[in-house]
Design a protein around this ligand. Structure first.
Ligand code: NDP
Length: 285
């Protein structure tokens, strides 16, 4: 039986620390504020937004949503994003993506001031993460994986870490964060040969593939720590979600495993708030 790496204790510990930091800022007359920029009303975005608002409120932060119609034109949206970015009381900005196809997303993302880029949406923000600049914020999901490993005291230094997935949102920045902690990192992707064998070599295996239950028993061995980033519709349970790891097959084999739901995904809004508090602290030094 593996130890289940649940999100709730991680999120609870983060909340206590955030409350302390927000109180310290409030004592100086500053209230950290997250701005959420949303175009349209996709159910997934609304769900995440609801979670972010709740987490902000629970630690004493402010959160304001800036909502725009799906048919907004490039020029008008650019102007709006610049305006949100310039607001003195806004310390961190989250913008949902993808934006509607008619908008130039790369251009718009880069209008977010880098010091308020708490989810690594800008090229300058990504450059900071990839050059180990501590003033840059990694995307919230890889940071959530690191929070989980830290909370459960899972050693990274010198350990073999296998990251399956190389997206700019999860896999690549996560590999950088593991390297920063002196892990020995292998990044896998759709062209990796003998993926099950490569995964078996990892002491820590992190799955960020986007394929329901793809990593089966033959990818794992005893003693491993498995972090499952995937959020996929569960083919066996309509209306439910599952990870990239086949939990039922893998849990009896490995030492530690994060569940889906109730794993990494449940820490991301806490990370978003933590990044915004850190941004606020840096902006008010
Ligand atoms: P992407 O689709 O952008 O990237 C998937 C990665 O997996 C790619 O690098 C791809 O390789 C690789 N891959 C796909 N198929 C295979 C395969 N058969 N073997 C090996 N590698 C493969 O996804 P994201 O990184 O955005 O998301 C990954 C998962 O994490 C999804 O389930 C998503 O829902 C979830 N997610 C969860 C979040 C959370 O908060 N928990 C937030 C963001 C995402 P290649 O580059 O070669 O195509």
């Amino acid at each position: 039986m593996a130890e289940i790496l649940k999100a709730k204790p991680v999120a609870d510990a983060m909340k206590d620390e955030m409350i302390r930091r927000v109180e310290a800022l409030k004592a100086k007359g500053i209230i950290p504020k997250l701005a959420i920029i949303r175009v349209g009303a996709r159910p997934d975005d609304l769900y995440y937004e609801g979670g972010a608002k709740k987490t902000c409120a629970s630690v004493g932060m402010e959160c304001q949503v800036f909502e725009f119609p799906e048919n907004i034109e490039q020029e008008a949206f650019e102007k709006a994003v610049i305006e949100v970015g310039a607001k003195k009381d806004v310390n961190g900005i989250l913008m949902f993506s993808p934006l509607p196809k008619h908008l130039n997303e790369r251009k718009i993302r880069n209008l977010i001031p880098v010091e308020k880029d708490v989810d690594c949406l800008t090229t300058s923000g990504a450059a900071k993460v990839f050059t180990d600049d501590p003033t840059g914020f990694p995307p919230c999901t890889p940071s959530a994986c690191m929070e989980m490993l830290r909370f459960y005291n899972i050693p990274i230094k010198g350990k073999r870490c296998v990251v399956v997935g190389r997206s700019l949102v999860v896999g690549k920045p996560l590999a950088m964060l593991l390297l920063r902690e002196n892990g020995t990192v292998t990044i896998c992707h759709s062209r990796t040969e003998n993926l099950p064998e490569v995964c078996k070599e990892g002491e820590i295996v992190i799955a960020a593939v986007g394929k329901a239950k793809m990593l089966k028993a033959n990818y794992f061995k005893a003693g491993q720590t498995v972090i499952d980033v995937g959020i996929n519709p569960d083919p066996d349970n309509p209306g439910k979600y599952c990870g990239d790891v086949d939990f039922a097959e893998v849990e009896p084999i490995v030492a530690k495993i994060s569940p889906v739901p109730g794993g990494v995904g449940s820490i991301t809004t806490s990370v978003l708030c933590k990044h915004t508090i850190m941004a606020c602290e840096m902006q008010n030094q």
